[in-house]
Design a protein around this ligand. Structure first.
Ligand code: NAD
Length: 346
């Protein structure tokens, strides 16, 4: 139980929501060791770099990382661009730690159904997005000086596809055993390779139902019948877009957790940003970060029972009508956090 957790509060509401998530972890799984470090604009201001060497070293030493959020208007124009919080901290952290699998669950808690823009929302899905390959990392990329042509290259190897596909199938096996692999195989060569490898991996998971779907169709089906999805497996850019679409149909940005995993480490953070418009007011919703901590218990430490305890406490808290401002209530960040802690063992 002596796991070490790197705590990176970051900017804006990051420190406020991370504090509540740590309280929940301390209550449900005593005995973890926590070490805090600077990241993002806060780190840039203090030591001149958004991802200080000491922070990266801590992340490498730690068993798991809990991150708040980085960025804000104060650092939007920092030069060079590599010193801006998102570019200089998040991207290098992902690549340095080889966090190739991004998990973005989108779920509607029954007490919050009215928040969804859909009429009869039954949503409990997870997007498994490849995070370190594809068009975001392909070279060469080029914009001819003063010219009309720009080039980005989408590259995937079989090994990159195989490891994310295995993750997707393993997760599907723990859920409702249904996986939709999303691509654009009618147009893209990388998508045809993607299909080939996913079909191969499927052979090792005969208990999981596999369906291939084109990304444009998936975007439509997510709005039309989101309840039909269990696990959506996809590459980097499609996953970026589809996970935000899935987030939007739940209607509550303050509720959505995420995990980014390597083979032996995980970084856990809310799907939302640093919300500078409400930072420092004590009104941010900490549930996305608390649910990210629950993902840490499950995916980094195999503590499925404790993860379910946290999710159950969140559910009870909402059912009892406790709401932060974004959910139409009056509860403060710390009141929401305490409400969850007090319901852990009810
Ligand atoms: P945002 O997610 O920070 O905020 C969007 C809106 O949602 C705001 O009105 C905000 O008040 C609200 N909101 C977000 N989280 C909330 C919460 N927990 N409780 C209540 N309300 C919440 O997105 P943005 O405004 O586009 O970005 C703000 C900054 O965050 C930018 O600098 C952006 O680059 C950065 N950002 C960081 C990350 C990250 O650290 N992973 C992710 C996205 C954006």
């Amino acid at each position: 139980m002596g796991f070490k957790i790197a705590v990176l509060p970051g900017d804006g509401i990051g420190p406020e929501v991370v504090k509540e998530a740590v309280s929940v972890l301390q209550a449900v799984a005593p005995g973890f060791e926590y070490e805090e470090a600077l990241i993002g604009g806060a780190a840039y201001d203090e030591v001149g770099h958004p991802l200080p060497a000491a922070t990266l070293a801590l992340c490498k030493r730690a068993d798991a990382i809990l991150l708040g959020a980085v960025g804000g208007p104060k650092w939007d124009h920092v030069q060079p661009v590599e010193m801006r919080p998102e570019v200089g901290a998040l991207l290098p952290l992902r690549s340095e730690l080889n966090l190739y699998a991004n998990l973005r669950p989108a779920r509607i808690f029954s007490a919050l159904k009215e928040a969804s823009p859909l009429k009869e929302p039954e949503i409990d899905l997870i997007v498994v997005r490849e995070l370190t390959g594809g068009i975001y990392f392909g070279k060469p990329r080029e914009r001819r000086e003063g010219g009309d042509v720009a080039v980005d290259t989408c590259v995937y190897s079989k090994a990159e596809i195989r490891r994310i596909a295995i993750r997707g199938f393993e997760i599907a096996r723990q859920r409702r055993k249904s996986l939709v692999s999303v691509d654009k195989a009618n147009v893209l060569e990388t998508s045809r390779l993607w299909r080939e490898v996913v079909a191969e991996v499927a052979g090792d998971f005969p208990d999981v139902k596999l369906e291939f779907m084109l990304v444009d169709n998936c975007a439509m089906q997510l709005v039309r019948n989101p309840g039909a999805f269990d696990v959506i497996l996809t590459e980097n850019m499609f996953g970026d877009i589809l996970s935000d679409e899935a987030a939007q149909i739940t209607g509550s940005l303050g509720m959505l957790p995420s995990a980014s995993l390597s083979d032996n480490k995980g970084l856990y953070e809310p799907a939302h940003g640093s919300a500078p418009d409400i930072a420092g007011q004590g009104i941010a919703n900490p549930l996305a970060t608390i649910l990210s901590a629950a993902m840490m218990l499950k995916y980094s430490f195999g503590m499925d029972a404790e993860a379910a305890t946290v999710e159950g406490a969140v559910e009870k808290t909402l059912a009892d009508g406790v709401r932060t401002r974004d959910l139409g209530g009056e509860a403060s960040t710390s009141e929401m956090g305490s409400a969850v802690v007090s319901r852990l063992y009810l």
